[in-house]
Design a protein around this ligand. Sequence first.
Ligand code: IMP
Ligand code: MG
Length: 178
Amino acid sequence: MDTIQIKDKLFTISIGREEIQKEVKRVAEEINRDLEGRNPLFLSVLNGSFMFTADLMKYITIPCEVSFVKLASYQGVASTGTIKEVIGINEDLTNRTVVIVEDIVDTGLTMQRLLETLGTRNPKEIKIATLLLKPDKLKVELDIEYIAMKIPNDFIVGYGLDYDGFGRNYPDIYTVIP
Ligand code: IMP
Ligand code: MG
């Protein structure tokens, strides 16, 4: 299946499963090396990062915990527009090494919001691990330590990422055909 259709759009395969796995494994090995002895808490951001998290964790060999958070959008007061609230943090982050596991950093605004929220809970340090980064779209300054793959600005689906809720199930990554 080199081309798929989701609703009104056609997508073509752009990153195959072997390449994804190779880069996910590389990131896991970097984390194993860097965070040895720190018992990191991986915080996976649902929904998009479920597949990346599952594969990444299989290659992590140091003692660690994994948990899941979600960003819920709600309509703020008129002046602030849509606000994203982080829900599902049940762990005590005090003095912990936290690794945020994200599917994609686009403008970086979502990640900035996460860092703000988690930062108030007194972690020792917060690291970012993202499957994908669109470097040309980044609007805020972020120190992203672990990046599996950098991609152009085009819209993609698969391997956890969706178009209007669909397409998360594919093991490969597909790019929209304009
Ligand atoms: P940001 O706040 O602009 O960095 O957006 C991050 C979120 O936008 C991600 O967590 C994704 O849910 C979504 N997103 C950004 N680019 C894509 C894409 O190409 N395909 C699917 N979702 C995307
Ligand atoms: Mg996401």
